[in-house]
Design a protein around this ligand. Structure first.
Ligand code: ME8
Length: 543
């Protein structure tokens, strides 16, 4: 992107799913938002001139929202606003720096959905038909007979969806259908593009779904309004309401300004979207339905779906309906530490298990000890009474490199930006963090073995001490820049402490350590004075 975005004039457009407002947000929702946020922060870091559109929001129509509002004894608009605001607040707290927050109950969105619907009708991809089948209210989807199994729940024989585990009910009704079947070969073609679904395991899953002959029947895209009244009506047919998934997917176009041409131009024509970040549970909707809908109106499908796996608690998927959710605000750590754990622990391809003990252990050992403690030591008045980022003395630096750990540290620090760049580009945040932590381990080892506190006792050794402080602080500066997409708040605190100007924090500023700057004599600079605690250790008992 660094190369391509130099010529790319359109904004970088990244989205999260829009979340149902049938319950309060949990750790899984935050995770998706934090992944998208880290990507857009990295994009801005490596390409500061690039305009970013980062959208998120709430999905507010449908039966389960109706039921949730009734249960809360609130009017639908009031109920939806309350939960939508909870999402906004959560994202603000966790520094999810979105540019757009879309709600499906907004007028601009309804206009977009109706317009989109009319286009599908005009192109003859929608027809009316009698539909009967198993329906899951929870998934807001019909489930094919082959994907349903019998189970006993609370002593009652029920049918459930094999895929989601949610109860299904037999439903017969008149619906509008979308000719999904017409798009099978187009979808197969699209799915041949390398990386269009990342990680590739999910691309294979979609390819396999389509390879099954029976797989791609037409889908129902409306519901009778008397059953689902909280929805956008089908234009010209008050008795039918638009299927919530069609309504929801169009949000990505609404944010781009659709259907108003002037608005789209105004936004820099942000289509196709660069990345839709989604959980694996909604892969089919984004990897089959959405590109087919777009192809039907002759728009490009998204450039990429980034699909992530799930956070589990005790091995079970965290979900509102299972009631085993972790509330992100209820953990006893600073918000950045939770962001850190989420991005440090999870891989896109496999589920990750959450536990409070893990959160505390990781935050203590990596944020408090490896990073925070090193920063406190070299910025503290015991070793650094003048509160300086000392100049680099070339002679002392050469001398220092004779030491085994110093040479290793220098080598590691020099290699770090490129390593992390690759990992960020591949959305492998855990590997980027791992590389930073390895550097910090060597930096701590270097600090321990050069014993700066002993040099401090001897005024003649001041230059030697300065070079140790310089190399350590330079390591911290580079790690601080690299970590900005993961822990924006703590990185800021660290870079502020080192008095690194806000215009000196982009990726290019970490690519060359001071000792590689040709001819430059790094000057002594002041750091912010005062005691510095980057991250306070947490004690589990207290937690
Ligand atoms: O599906 N681990 O909304 P939703 C990780 N409104 N991520 C999780 C998770 C978990 N345990 N649980 C949820 C919808 N998520 C639709 C989307 S988009 C046009 C419409 C995240 O509130 C993950 O991103 O059920 C998942 O895909 C999404 O929340 C589902 O949110």
């Amino acid at each position: 992107r660094l190369l391509s975005s130099a010529v790319q004039k359109t904004p970088f457009y990244i989205t999260t799913p829009i979340f149902y407002v049938n319950a309060a947000p949990h750790l899984g929702h935050l995770y998706t938002a934090v992944v998208a946020d880290a990507i857009q922060r990295f994009e801005k870091l490596t390409n500061p001139d690039c305009q970013v559109i980062f959208s998120t929001g709430t999905d507010e129509h449908g039966t389960k929202i109706q039921q949730a509002a009734a249960k809360a004894k609130l009017s639908l608009p009031e109920y939806c606003s309350n939960v939508s605001n909870e999402y906004k607040q959560l994202f603000r707290d966790f520094n999810v720096d979105y540019t757009d927050f879309i709600r499906t109950t907004e007028e601009r969105h309804k206009v977009a959905v109706r317009h989109f619907w009319n286009k599908l009708v005009q192109k003859d991809y929608v027809y009316k038909s009698k539909y009967s089948g198993w329906y899951s209210v929870n998934d807001e989807a019909f489930v094919p007979e082959t994907h349903v199994k019998d189970e006993v729940r609370d002593g009652e024989n029920v049918k459930v969806s094999i895929e989601s585990g949610h109860k299904v009910e037999w439903t017969e009704e008149t619906n509008y259908m979308f000719r999904l079947s017409a798009f099978k070969s187009h979808l197969q073609q699209w799915l041949k593009n390398d990386g269009v679904i990342t990680p590739s395991k999910f691309q294979k899953q979609l390819q396999e779904m389509l390879a099954t002959d029976a797989y791609l029947p037409d889908i129902s895209v409306s519901r009778p309004s008397n059953r689902v009244h909280w929805a956008i009506r089908v234009p010209g047919d008050e008795e039918q309401s638009i299927y919530v998934w069609l309504d929801a997917l169009v949000n990505y176009l609404t944010v781009a300004g659709y259907p108003d041409r002037a608005a789209m131009v105004d936004r820099g024509r942000p289509w196709p979207a660069d990345v839709h970040v989604v959980g694996k549970d909604i892969l089919k909707f984004h990897g089959i339905y959405w590109p087919a809908f777009l192809m039907a109106i002759k728009w490009h499908p998204p450039r990429r779906l980034l699909v992530h796996s799930h956070w589990t608690v005790d091995g079970a998927k965290m979900s509102k309906s299972l009631g085993n959710v972790v509330c992100p605000r209820a953990t006893p750590v600073e918000y950045d530490a939770l962001r850190y754990l989420l991005l440090r622990e999870a891989t896109m391809a496999s589920d990750a298990n959450f536990s409070l003990t893990k959160l505390i252990n990781v935050a203590n050992s990596e944020l408090a000890d490896s990073l925070g403690n090193l920063a406190s030591r070299c910025c503290g008045t015991a070793l650094n009474p003048l509160q300086e980022f000392p100049a680099l003395q070339p002679t002392e630096f050469t001398q220092l490199l004779q030491g085994e750990h110093a040479a290793l540290l220098v080598e590691y620090v020099e290699a770090l930006p490129e390593i992390c760049y690759t990992h960020y580009k591949n959305y492998q945040f855990y590997k980027a963090v791992d590389a930073v932590i390895k550097v910090l381990h060597v930096a701590n080892l270097f600090f321990e073995t050069t014993k700066p506190w002993e040099l401090r006792k001897n005024p003649e050794k001041q230059k030697e001490l300065d070079v140790i402080l310089h190399v350590t602080m330079e390591t911290l500066r580079i790690c601080g820049i690299v970590l900005q997409p993961i822990i924006p708040e703590m990185s800021k605190k660290l870079l502020d402490k080192l008095q690194i100007g806000s215009n000196c924090r982009s990726w290019q500023h970490c690519e060359t350590p001071s000792w590689r700057l040709k001819g430059a004599i790094y000057e002594t600079k002041h750091i912010q004075s005062g005691k510095f605690v980057l991250f306070q250790r947490i004690y589990e008992k207290k937690a």
